[in-house]
Design a binder for this molecule. Structure first.
Ligand code: GAR
Length: 196
């Protein structure tokens, strides 16, 4: 059984999808044992508490630097003996000195079909706004390994989602989550844990 940590910043609907997948047995080769938030107000923390999962808040502002922030996260990952790290709506880019410690051990979910609408500056609703501005008719979500290139690591799973006339970034975000993210993230986590 692999020990999983989920890193979050906000609402945590992807964390919820992982918790639900664990309950239903879709994820059976790993267990979520820790949630780390970089925002004390993240609703994801309530979801972790409701599921009986330990959580920790790590604040870059309080720690003073990116290096200290990453060092603190590393300490927690060690303390909880974490094997697999899942970035689920984690809105902070981790440096190479962090990512290089966990090759093929960090997964991220991104709300587009990489290599479209990804990289630095493309997060949350901005990704969907960019897809709508470009006028693409199909978008989707990608789960990939995290390396030193933002959204540039090896792709694990992708799923396409159609854009509909009249879509707003909010409507599109919801469809991409429901049809793609909440399905491929648990599937990718199980795939990685079972192959380890
Ligand atoms: C999700 O759509 C996730 O793919 C995206 O933020 C949202 C978080 O929602 N992540 C990124 O844009 C990362 N570049 P959640 O907190 O409800 O899971």
């Amino acid at each position: 059984m692999r020990r999983i940590a989920v890193l979050v910043s906000g609402g945590g609907t992807n964390l919820q999808a992982l918790i639900d997948a664990q309950k239903s047995g879709i994820i059976h080769s790993g267990e979520i044992v820790l949630v780390i938030a970089n925002n004390a107000d993240a609703y994801a923390l309530t979801r972790a508490a409701d599921a009986g999962i330990a959580s920790e808040v790590v604040l870059k502002k309080q720690l003073g630097s990116q290096a200290a922030f990453e060092e603190k996260i590393k300490e927690l990952l060690k303390q909880y003996a974490i094997d697999v790290i899942v970035l689920a709506g984690f809105m902070s880019i981790l440096s190479e000195s962090f990512t290089s410690c966990y090759p093929k051990r960090i997964l991220n979910v991104h709300p587009s079909l990489i290599p479209s609408f990804c990289g630095e500056g493309f997060y949350g609703l901005r990704v969907h706004q960019a897809a709508l501005d470009y006028g693409v008719k199909v978008t989707g979500a990608t789960v990939h390994f995290v390396n030193e290139i933002p959204d540039g690591g090896e792709i694990i799973l992708q799923k396409a989602v159609e854009i509909q006339p009249g879509d707003t970034p909010e409507i599109l975000q919801k469809r991409v989550m429901e049809q793609a993210e909440w399905k491929i993230l648990p599937a990718a986590v199980e795939q990685v844990c079972s192959a380890m």
